[in-house]
Design a protein around this ligand. Structure first.
Ligand code: HEM
Length: 128
């Protein structure tokens, strides 16, 4: 899995100061969501695949794959339901064989991804 959108842009409508950083009206600021999602100050062992880390409450603005604020993704609920159905079908309808279990990550164009590409073979489960 990886981020769909690496960063998203904003334009400052007025001069402002955010935590000591002066930002002038008209400047373009890119919110680097990848950097936030892999920040060890926010996530322990961020390169480790650990879905259970999301069992605990996240700090505000630490998990923003759909952006945040007024321009947050309009398709967030549709995207989540689509992923849920997709994963449900894959996990309940097929037997999985992991062809290369190497869990190591590499960075490609700034995005961490599984070095092996995680090839798997899916076999349709027959109805009993
Ligand atoms: C996994 C799937 C998706 C991801 C990760 C994603 C992520 C994002 C992100 C990061 C933004 C920018 C938010 C911001 O600027 O703060 C965005 C905007 C948007 N997304 Fe998605 N999106 C997904 C699926 C969808 C789907 C399925 C739809 C529509 C059916 C959709 C419609 C939109 C629209 C219309 C905007 C612009 C909202 C605005 O500027 O007011 N997205 N999305």
């Amino acid at each position: 899995m990886s981020n769909v959108l690496l960063w998203f842009p904003r334009v400052a409508l007025d001069d402002c100061n955010i935590e000591g950083f002066e930002i002038k009206k008209g400047w373009h600021a890119n919110i680097d969501s990848t950097c936030i999602h892999y920040d060890p100050a926010l996530y322990k062992d961020p390169m480790q695949f650990n879905p259970s880390r999301f069992d605990d409450m996240q700090k505000p603005y630490s998990y923003i794959p759909f952006g945040s604020g007024l321009r947050t993704c309009l398709g967030i609920n549709m995207a989540k339901v689509t992923m849920l159905v997709f994963l449900h079908r894959l996990t309940s309808g097929y037997e999985w064989t992991v062809d290369d279990p190497d869990p190591s990550l590499e960075k490609k164009a700034h995005i961490p991804r599984l070095r092996s590409g995680c090839p798997i073979t899916l076999t349709v489960l027959q109805d009993e």
